[in-house]
Ligand binder design. Structure first.
Ligand code: AMP
Length: 544
């Protein structure tokens, strides 16, 4: 027997419709390249999204066509999130930090028909044009007066497109399983792979993310996503904020500590999201000036492991609850977040710190399992460490047009292989110890490079740390700790070793420490360990 409830598809357009209707005067603030602030409301954004949707029709695109964006977190980018997907076209957000070869590959692989480009990325795209046969139009996201001189063929002006249309449009109704947006991973080996989200997965993810123990976004919040809209949809914030009716502050391209902290204070930001390196900059500025966290209550740290020293600094120095979260491009991206349970009220401070420093518990609708190398399930006892698999309605079931990559990514039961290695405790708290490719195998046991890195960055002289395994005649592999010192500090190796001695098991202590000026990162800001392993391939450990 079927239930007798309305059959209403979950469509992305319903999010902006809801915001325009019930939070119509709630503000969206966007910082422009010249640092001035542009301000309007959800009602205004909704009307402009409809105009751009009509412009896309006029430019000859059809539902299902891919439309690319190269843009910061800005109000025009926000409009495109709805203007493109709302009528069934597919928003392809492009990470401008990818190498030119990768950009060529993904724009061609996606077969983008139109590219929307912010002025700061025009030079980048001009160099690619001869190799982009599918792109029919280039639209520069600027008003007429700020259109840059460009060699892009027949470059169109975004504000001209808006001007030429009226906002009368009924968003169409279609299958909720239709593709809505496309984001490529920035894999360290091989070609980037496309995660093709659907309307249904995106709306469910937005719902899930607003839960109190995930992002917990509400209408009283003022949210500033530092995480870019060009990578995994800024962790879904452009969808969850309209759903919740929260004020949205889009920081544009200035993401240094001072620029962010000034905007936090000026706009009364209550909640923000970023990767650890972003928070390093903001914390440094706030420590030096006492400014930046006057209104912030919570921040989310994710994308890479948050060092415990960072979570503690937020809490102790600034009274900000730092929520550690984990996810992936292939998971839209939210998987877990580290919020307490009721019984932690009676827990010791050490036990609470341990919970808050974990990657957290899974969201409703995200299922997790860990397995050994033979694929056998391991217990969720907080001790067993294994390969992490996930499934759920906002997890990919394959990669876009990539049968080879798709075939490798799932186990026989259809679970997605994350490539992360972790333990899961009986309460569901996940502790990621490594990427499986980065695990250090010493004497048949695993050493967690993430735990060692986290311990090292707790030292006052250390700005950033990476640990890689180097070949060892007796133990197979042994850890090398590579450190970037803080400005003006020198690294005293024995002092670092004794600092680590009571933080990790004795046999985990690195066999040596190397000091470098900077570490290599991927286009999404993660440590590029493949490059480090190449750079240190000939390094001789003193113990070898
Ligand atoms: P991406 O697809 O670029 O979002 O990267 C996803 C990967 O980032 C995950 O598979 C993890 O390896 C890593 N990652 C994300 N969040 C965390 C976290 N909180 N702690 C450790 N690693 C993380």
């Amino acid at each position: 027997m079927l239930g007798m409830m309305m059959d209403q598809p979950l469509l992305i357009s319903s999010l902006i419709e809801h915001a325009a209707r019930f939070h119509g005067d709630t503000e969206i603030v966007s910082r422009e390249t010249d640092r001035s602030l542009f301000r309007y409301t959800y009602a205004d954004a909704s009307a402009r999204a409809k105009r751009i949707a009509k412009a896309l029709q006029r430019l000859g695109t059809a539902p299902g066509d891919r439309v690319g964006t190269l843009a910061w977190n800005s109000h025009r980018h926000f409009e495109l999130y709805y203007g493109i997907s709302g009528t069934g076209r597919v928003l392809h957000t492009i990470n401008p930090r990818l190498f030119p070869d990768q950009l060529r590959y993904i724009i061609n692989h996606a077969a983008d028909q139109i590219l929307f480009i912010e002025p700061s990325f025009v030079g980048l795209v001009e160099k690619l044009v001869p190799d982009l046969p599918t792109v029919r139009h280039y639209v520069i996201m600027a008003p007429k007066a700020l259109m840059p001189a460009t060699s892009l063929p027949n470059a169109l002006c975004y504000e001209d497109l808006i001007e030429a249309e009226t906002p009368e449009l009924e968003w169409p109704r279609f299958d909720e399983q239709s593709a809505s947006s496309l984001c490529y991973t920035s894999g360290t080996t091989g070609n980037p792979k496309g995660a093709l989200y659907s309307h249904r997965s995106t709306v469910l993810h937005a719902f899930g993310s607003c839960a109190a123990d995930m992002l917990g976004v509400g209408a009283a919040d003022c949210v500033l996503p530092v995480v870019p809209m060009f990578h995994v949809n800024a962790w879904g914030i452009p969808y969850s904020c309209p759903l919740a009716g929260a004020k949205l502050v889009l920081p544009g391209q200035h993401l240094d500590g001072e620029s962010l902290c000034t905007l936090f204070d000026q706009e009364g930001v209550t909640f923000s999201l970023g990767v650890p390196t972003i928070w390093l900059g903001a914390l440094k500025y706030a420590d030096e000036t006492g400014k930046g966290f006057s209104s912030i209550k919570r921040v989310i740290i994710g994308g890479s492991a948050a060092p415990p020293s960072m979570i503690e600094a937020f809490d102790k120095k600034h009274g900000v609850r730092a929520v550690h979260a984990w996810g992936m491009t292939e998971m839209s991206p939210l998987g877990t977040a580290a919020c307490l349970k009721a019984r932690h009220a009676a827990a010791s401070p050490e036990a609470i710190t341990r919970v808050l420093c974990s990657q957290g518990r899974p969201s409703f609708l995200v299922d997790l399992k860990i397995t050994d190398e033979a694929g056998e399930r391991l217990p969720h006892d907080g001790v067993a460490v294994g390969n992490l698999y996930v499934r759920g309605p906002w997890v990919v079931r394959g990669y876009y047009n990539d049968p080879d990559a798709s075939a490798e990514a799932f186990d026989a039961e259809g679970w997605f292989k994350t490539g992360d290695v972790c333990s899961i405790d009986p309460d569901g708290y996940v502790r990621i110890t490594d990427r499986s490719k980065d695990v250090i195998k010493s004497g048949g046991e695993w050493i967690s490079s993430i735990d060692l890195e986290n311990a090292a960055v707790g030292h006052p002289d250390v700005a950033e740390a990476a640990v890689i395994g180097l070949a060892h005649p007796r133990w197979d592999e042994r850890p090398l700790l590579i450190i970037v010192p803080k400005e003006g500090r020198t690294i005293d190796k024995p002092a670092i070793m004794s600092f680590l001695a009571d933080k990790v098991a004795k046999w985990w202590l690195p066999d040596d420490i190397a000091v470098v000026e900077q570490l290599p990162h991927t286009a999404t800001g993660k440590l590029l360990k493949t490059k480090l392993r190449q750079d240190f391939a000939d390094y001789k450990l003193p113990t070898a």
